[in-house]
Write a protein that binds this ligand. Structure first.
Ligand SMILES: CC(C)(COP(=O)(O)OP(=O)(O)OC[C@H]1O[C@@H](n2cnc3c(N)ncnc32)[C@H](O)[C@@H]1OP(=O)(O)O)[C@@H](O)C(=O)NCCC(=O)NCCS
Length: 171
């Protein structure tokens, strides 16, 4: 299912045919450098793809979505909205991951902007966050460029993170 589009990108539900492309990202130590779980195996990637195929099972409007170039249909990342409970508060995270061969072309920011707008304007969410490793400068830049501000440092069972947040009032 088509979720949203930006100038250069289409975001849609993950499908079976995305498995190898998703695995290429999840298996890459550079791309997975700041993820506490590290790289994923093919079986772990398949399990995650299946989990998100129809959106997040508990919150179907949220999920990780295939991020595809409009120009040639190539799968170049996975971005989306993820539900978390942080310190007893329900939060929704803007998540983004782009193929490293395409870093530095503004695609991460473009995808994150589209996801942010979808969250605020289509889903009418009032608050979005990003959970970012303190050393992941590119991700912090993306968060800032889409309007998030650093709120606090936190930690959960997976380790420490920086929490960036942005709020949107709806009348
Ligand atoms: C974070 C990520 C999506 C950014 O994708 P991208 O397409 O390169 O992003 P953009 O081209 O829009 O660049 C965004 C900003 O980050 C900066 N940036 C990119 N790589 C950087 C790096 N290695 N170090 C410092 N800044 C960097 C860019 O210069 C740009 O800022 P600027 O406009 O002020 O110059 C990409 O690095 C990625 O997929 N990383 C692996 C997955 C990941 O860590 N996701 C975030 C988890 S919290």
């Amino acid at each position: 299912m088509h979720i949203l589009e930006t100038e250069r990108l289409i975001l849609r539900h993950l499908e079976e045919r995305d498995l190898n492309d998703l695995f290429a990202l999840y298996h890459d130590p550079t791309i997975r450098r700041y993820y506490p779980e590290g790289t994923l195996s093919l079986a772990e990637t398949r399990a995650e793809l299946n989990w998100f195929k129809q959106g997040h099972p508990q919150y179907p409007a949220l999920g990780l979505w295939a991020t595809v170039l409009k120009s040639n249909g190539a799968f170049i990342g996975r971005c989306g909205l993820l539900p978390w409970e942080l310190d007893g508060r329900a939060e929704v995270e803007v998540a983004y991951m782009i193929d490293k061969r395409l870093w530095g072309q503004g695609l991460g920011t473009e995808a994150a902007c589209g996801v942010r707008d979808y969250g605020f304007h289509t889903l009418k969410l009032t608050r979005l966050v990003c959970l970012i490793d303190a050393e992941n400068i590119a991700s912090q830049r993306v968060a800032e460029k889409i309007g998030m501000h650093f709120e606090r440092a936190g930690a959960d069972d997976k380790g420490p993170y920086l929490l960036y947040a942005q709020e949107q009032a709806h009348s």
